[in-house]
Ligand binder design. Structure first.
Ligand SMILES: [Zn+2]
Length: 247
């Protein structure tokens, strides 16, 4: 049967374990958002790369279309030029010559357009290469960050399991009634149910306890509560006396 002093020590331990558990849980809850932020970086780099690739592919598609049409138009001009020799009337000859001139001018314009697209494709290809490198870098960085986060999460899980074990041990020293009181006060008092009294000040509410209560706390053989904040209080000095000087 644990003494009152041991129970008070166990309550103090429970309080520390619960506060630490809250911190670990909060860190675990923040993990998915941090993981998403890490993944967002590589997703962004991939999007930039995909956009650059789409621009280059669009350029190549457009140039192929122009070149295909251009070949057809050039064949047409050749055919027309062949037909010029068969024409008998000057009027028809002049009309076809004009058509040929117009078609040639149009073909020149399209040829220039095709050349411009080839030049632009070189720049686009260079840009795409830079983006592919940036994507590879982002993927490497993400992989490292992902691994670091997984390791951190494993550490937090281990801490949580260790805290859970310690909590079971500390709770076993406190009888169920007292444990229930502890839980009730913890709920009402922002997670802090137990507070040490240092000097004559309750560390839960930073108010002084009455001198008579201070004397009772020195004995550490009863469960007392702070008249101001209603937390379970104990004398820090009486529950955790300083180690005696070495003999
Ligand atoms: Zn208090």
């Amino acid at each position: 049967m644990p003494s009152l002093r041991e129970k008070l020590k166990a309550l103090e331990e429970l309080q520390q374990i619960d506060l630490e558990t809250n911190d670990v849980r909060a860190a675990l809850e923040a993990m998915p958002a941090r993981q998403a932020a890490v993944e967002a970086k590589v997703l962004e780099a991939r999007k930039v790369y995909d956009d650059a690739k789409a621009r280059l592919e669009g350029n190549e598609r457009e140039r192929r279309q122009i070149d295909t049409l251009l070949n057809m138009e050039r064949d047409k001009v050749k055919k027309w030029e062949g037909r010029l020799g068969e024409i008998r009337t000057p009027r028809e000859y002049a009309a076809l010559s004009r058509e040929i001139d117009i078609a040639k001018k149009s073909n020149d314009t399209q040829t220039q357009l095709s050349k411009d697209l080839v030049n632009a494709a070189a720049d686009l290809a260079k840009g795409l290469e830079a983006r592919a490198e940036a994507l590879a870098d982002a993927e490497d960085a993400t992989e490292a960050a992902r691994a670091a986060l997984l390791q951190e999460k494993a550490g937090l899980d281990r801490r949580l399991a260790a805290l859970d074990t310690r909590r079971g041990e500390a709770a076993a020293l406190v009888d169920p009634g007292l444990l229930g009181r502890y839980e009730g006060i913890k709920k009402r008092r922002a997670g802090i149910a137990v507070a040490p009294v240092v000097g004559s000040t309750c560390k839960g509410c930073h108010r002084n306890v009455p001198p008579q209560l201070s004397i009772v706390l020195q004995r550490a053989d009863s469960i007392e509560t702070c008249p101001n904040c209603n937390r379970i209080i104990y004398s820090a000095l009486a529950v955790n006396p300083p180690a005696p000087p070495p003999a």
